[in-house]
Design a protein around this ligand. Structure first.
Ligand SMILES: Cc1cc2nc3c(=O)[nH]c(=O)nc-3n(C[C@H](O)[C@H](O)[C@H](O)COP(=O)(O)O)c2cc1C
Length: 398
């Protein structure tokens, strides 16, 4: 068995990266990441679908030699121009001078801009096809499923869709490539984290792309990161569908900041009451400790969001301000919201959190708030429990 043969004529030639600490210099990679690249080999022509990051070129070359020997690919199809895939374009062009670079108008403009390549390129439009002999490539333009040029490539004869960043996740591949050959459970939390941090802002475009490919028969989804989906296509499509509509699962994310424990006591009281009310998915993040990417992942996943902070220098405690700004940037919607905070002489934190909630249009109904002066006493804790009741009621009846 060749673990890298996805199906007859389609092979994985991608590369794992367990060295880079931060994807896009921002997002931690505790389990690495894979840059997925594929060979589609017809009887007449061979296509390489997507490249890899520049530092992974040597390994891509070795994988190509192991898969197609010294045959040069006839085409390089670029579904997405972000440099974690296109960084290898210049090297690939020097390795295979006759290989035609295939992309849409926006792709080719970027190939010229990033790599100075304008010759031997093929401009395709939505619905165009390239015949490889027995296998064909059909292009589906899906703008803003991360960048303006993003597209997908469909091999109808194998019901295989090459989706670019869509359906991708963090986490290097550990031997196997296709979901049917591995335990995929570690990849699912990383799919939420990948989506919310990388693609999350573009939910509307993801939704349009899902509609556009809904009628394609799919046996294999081949993304640019993470496993190839074969047995669990329904599961990953339904995760993407839900996320693209900003529909949260039953559960609450509590994000708080706290210097000396007063706001944290309020967070604990709220969490306890939510649990008493039967909320089973409660995710708590101290914003000074959890990396933003994990916080965003949970905020995207769950319907309830409760945010708390102390007043700090007459405004909001900075780590919580950073979380709120990141949420605002991603244009998340439809959350059931509660806010809380603590102050000593002039309350500002809750006012500022609520202002950011307003600006981000995050909530689906009212915002319930509690603010305690100095250490939260019995009255403030009772108010925190009422806040939890309000959030639980709205989640459980929705
Ligand atoms: C550096 C610093 C700045 C603060 N600035 C304010 C402020 O501008 N207004 C205010 O009412 N309290 C201010 N406080 C007091 C805290 O908001 C208050 O003690 C709060 O209960 C701290 O919550 P925590 O224990 O969760 O950190 C400040 C505290 C610190 C340490």
């Amino acid at each position: 068995m060749n673990i890298k043969e996805i199906c007859d004529g389609i092979y994985y030639v991608g590369v794992n990266d367990r060295t880079t600490h931060r994807f896009e210099a921002l997002w931690p990679l505790p389990d690495g990441v894979s840059y997925n690249s594929y060979i589609v080999k017809g009887s007449a022509k061979t296509a390489l679908i997507d490249g890899v990051e520049l530092s992974a070129c040597d390994r891509l070359r070795e994988n190509l030699i192991a898969t197609i020997g010294d045959v040069a690919p006839d085409y390089l199809v670029i579904n997405h121009m972000e440099p974690d895939h296109s960084g290898s374009v210049r090297v690939l062009r020097s390795m295979f001078p006759d290989m035609t670079i295939v992309g849409n108008a926006k792709t080719l403009e970027m190939v010229r801009g990033f790599y100075g390549i304008a010759d031997n390129v093929m401009r395709i439009a939505d619905g165009d096809c390239i015949d490889l002999g027995g296998l064909s490539l059909k292009f589906v333009i899906t703008p803003m499923v991360h960048w303006p040029e993003t597209m997908m490539t469909y091999v109808a004869e194998r019901k295989a869709l090459f989706t670019g960043d869509a359906f991708g996740c963090f986490g290097a591949l550990c031997g196997a490539v296709t979901d049917s050959d591995m335990n995929t459970e570690p990849y699912f939390p990383e799919m939420y984290r990948y989506y919310s941090n990388i693609v999350g802002k573009y939910g509307m475009f993801v939704g349009k792309a899902l509609q556009k490919v809904a009628n394609l028969e799919m046996d294999f989804i081949c993304p640019t990161h993470g496993p190839v989906w074969h047995e669990q296509i329904d599961r990953v499509v339904s995760i993407y569908d839900r996320l693209s509509r900003y529909e949260g699962e039953d559960g609450v994310t509590i994000v708080y900041g706290s210097m000396y424990g007063n706001t944290e006591d309020m967070a604990e009281a709220i969490a306890s009451r939510l649990a008493e009310r039967g909320i089973r998915n409660i995710r708590m993040h101290n914003a000074s400790v959890s990396h933003l990417s994990y916080i965003l992942s949970d905020i995207f996943r769950y319907k309830g969001l409760i945010v708390g902070a102390p007043t700090y220098s007459n405004t909001l405690f900075p780590p919580v301000e950073a979380v709120m700004n990141a949420v605002k940037t991603r244009e998340l919607k439809n959350r059931v919201i509660g806010t809380f905070g603590s102050f000593t002489w002039a309350p500002q934190a809750v006012k500022r959190i609520n202002q950011l909630m307003d600006e981000s249009k995050l909530y689906c109904d009212e915002v319930v708030s509690v603010e305690a002066k100095q250490a939260p006493g019995a009255d403030a804790i009772a108010e925190c429990r009422r806040l939890a009741d309000s959030v639980a009621d709205r989640i459980l009846r929705s």
